[in-house]
Ligand binder design. Structure first.
Ligand code: S3P
Length: 431
C-alpha cells in the first residue's frame, strides 16, 4: 500500500514512542523460562513482539492480557513443551535467533519459520555455534529458515568469541548456555546491546576491552515484573526529524536510554543537534528519560566501525540527518546492514536516490554529500517492505517541496504501529 506524505513546515508537539521491541521480546522469552508468573506492563503491540508472544504460547507459556499488562505463566527451563505447529517468527530475526537458542538448550524439537524477508536472512551465524553445543539444525541450503532445531546428544558448554558484534547471536548462545551444567562463556570484543545480560543479571567480567559473559543452569531466571520503556530506535525518527525540520520542537516521553543503544544521541550532538534529556530514571534494569528536540544546523560527521552496533538500527534515519548536514558524512564498517530485513545499504542508497541526493555506496558503508538547503521536488520511496527504511523515507518525504509517496507503509507496524498517526499529529503543514 502507498502513503502520501505532504511536506511539513515544522514538527511540534509531544509523543510517546511504542514500547521497546528488543526488551519486549526478551521479556516474553525470559517469562517462558521462569517457572511461575511474570507481569509485564507496556508490552509492545508491534508485529515482531506479537510474533514472539505467539511462539512462547506454543512452547507452553500461558498469556493473559489485562489492559496494558500481560501476565505470563512460564513453564520454567524443564517444562517447555514441544509445539504442535511451526513457530512462526514473522519478520523477526530476534525471535528466530533467540528462540533457536532456547530450543537448542532445552532439547525441545521444533521448526521455526518466518516471512519472505526473514527466510532470506542467513542463520549460519547461530547454526555453527549451536551445533558445537550439541544441537542439530536442519536449514534450507544449510543456512536459511525454516530451521528444524533438535538435540540428541548432551548439551556442551562452549567458550565462544563472537565473530560479529551481534546481540541476537550473543543472546542466542547465552540462552542455550542457561541449560548447561557447566558455564558457557561468550566473549564480546565490540559491545552490542546488553538487554539480555542486564535483565537476567548474568555474570560478566571486563578485561582489557573485552567483555566475558557467562550463563549456566546455576543462573536463576527472575520473574519479569517491570514496565517496558519506550523504544529508542522508534524515537530516533523524531529525534532526527525535529533536528532537520526548521522551527520544530518535539517532546518525546518515556524513551529507553540504555547506553548500548543510544550512540545516535552522541553522533547527532557532535553534528550540532539540540537535544535535552530530562526526567532520567530506571525501569526494571533499564535507564529511561524524556527528550526535547529542537531544530538545529547540522554538520557532517564520520561514523566508525566500533560504534556501529550501538546505532545499527538508526543508520537509515541517520543517513537522512546526514543529507541535511553541511559537508560530507561517512558511515564505515557497516556491512551488517546488508543482512537486515532488507539489504539496508542498498535501500538507503535507493532512498537517497529518490530524494535526488549525491552519495557513494560501498560494500561496507556509504558517503553522503549533505547540505542544509538540499531541495527536491517530490519522491517515490520504495520502502522495500522494511519498517526502518519506510519510516526513514517518510521523514525524508517531509522535506520535499511537494507531496511524496512511500510504498509498503503498513510494514512500519513491525516495530511502530502508530508511526503515521504520530507523524500526522506532529506535522505543521507547509504554506
Ligand atoms: C536486536 C539486535 C540487532 C538489531 C535488531 C534487534 C536484538 O540485530 O538490529 O533490530 O533485539 O537483539 P543484530 O544482533 O543481528 O545486529
Amino acid at each position: 500500500m502507498i502513503k502520501k506524505i505532504s511536506p511539513a513546515q515544522s514538527l511540534r508537539g509531544s509523543i510517546t514512542p511504542p514500547s521497546d521491541k528488543s526488551i519486549s521480546q526478551r521479556a516474553a522469552i525470559f517469562s517462558l523460562l521462569h517457572e511461575g508468573s511474570s507481569v509485564i506492563k507496556n508490552y509492545s503491540e508491534a508485529e515482531d513482539p506479537q510474533s514472539t508472544l505467539s511462539c512462547i504460547e506454543q512452547l507452553g507459556a500461558k498469556v493473559d492480557r489485562w489492559g496494558d499488562k500481560l501476565q505470563i505463566t512460564g513453564t520454567g527451563r524443564n517444562g517447555i513443551q514441544r509445539p504442535y505447529e511451526d513457530l512462526d517468527c514473522g519478520n523477526s530475526g530476534t525471535a528466530m535467533r533467540l528462540l533457536s537458542g532456547v530450543l537448542a538448550g532445552s532439547g525441545v524439537q521444533a521448526k521455526l519459520c518466518g516471512d519472505e524477508s526473514l527466510s532470506n536472512r542467513t542463520m549460519k551465524r547461530i547454526i555453527e555455534p549451536l551445533e558445537s553445543m550439541g544441537a542439530h539444525i536442519l536449514a534450507r541450503n544449510s543456512e536459511f529458515a525454516p530451521l528444524m532445531v533438535s538435540r540428541n546428544e548432551p548439551l556442551r558448554a562452549i567458550d565462544y568469541t563472537l565473530p560479529i558484534p551481534s546481540a541476537q547471536l550473543k543472546s542466542c548462545i547465552l540462552l542455550a548456555g542457561l541449560f548447561g551444567k557447566e558455564p558457557t562463556r561468550v566473549v564480546e570484543t565490540v559491545p552490542s546491546r546488553d538487554h539480555t545480560e542486564r535483565i537476567l543479571g548474568l555474570k560478566q567480567q571486563k578485561i582489557e576491552g573485552e567483555t566475558y559473559i557467562y550463563s549456566s543452569l546455576d543462573d536463576e531466571i527472575p520473574a519479569q515484573n517491570y514496565t517496558v520503556p519506550g523504544d529508542f530506535s522508534a524515537a530516533s525518527f523524531w529525534i532526527v526529524a525535529g533536528s532537520v525540520i526548521p522551527g520544530s520542537e518535539i517532546l518525546i516521553r518515556n524513551v529507553g536510554l540504555n547506553p548500548s543503544r543510544t550512540a545516535l544521541l552522541n553522533i547527532l550532538r557532535r553534528m550540532g543537534a539540540n537535544i535535552e534529556i530530562g526526567n532520567q530514571r530506571t525501569e526494571g534494569s533499564e535507564p529511561v528519560g524524556d527528550l526535547v528536540i529542537r531544530s538545529a544546523s547540522l554538520t557532517g560527521t564520520r561514523i566508525e566501525q566500533d560504534i556501529i552496533p550501538n546505532c545499527i538500527d538508526e543508520l537509515p534515519i541517520l543517513s537522512v540527518a546526514m543529507l541535511f548536514a553541511k559537508g560530507e558524512s561517512i558511515i564505515m564498517g557497516a556491512g551488517e546492514l546488508r543482512h537486515k530485513e532488507t539489504d539496508r545499504l542498498m535501500a538507503i542508497g535507493e532512498m537517497l536516490d529518490s530524494a535526488s541526493a549525491t552519495y557513494q555506496e560501498y560494500e561496507e558503508g556509504i558517503i553522503i554529500k549533505g547540505s542544509p538547503d538540499h531541495k527536491y521536488r517530490s519522491g517515490l520511496f520504495k520502502g522495500f517492505s522494511d519498517h526502518r527504511i519506510i519510516m526513514a523515507s517518510a521523514i525524508l518525504a517531509l522535506k520535499a517541496n511537494k507531496e511524496s509517496h512511500v510504498m509498503d507503509y503498513e510494514k512500519a507496524a513491525v516495530s511502530y504501529p502508530g508511526f503515521f498517526e504520530d507523524l500526522a499529529s506532529l506535522s505543521v503543514a507547509g504554506s
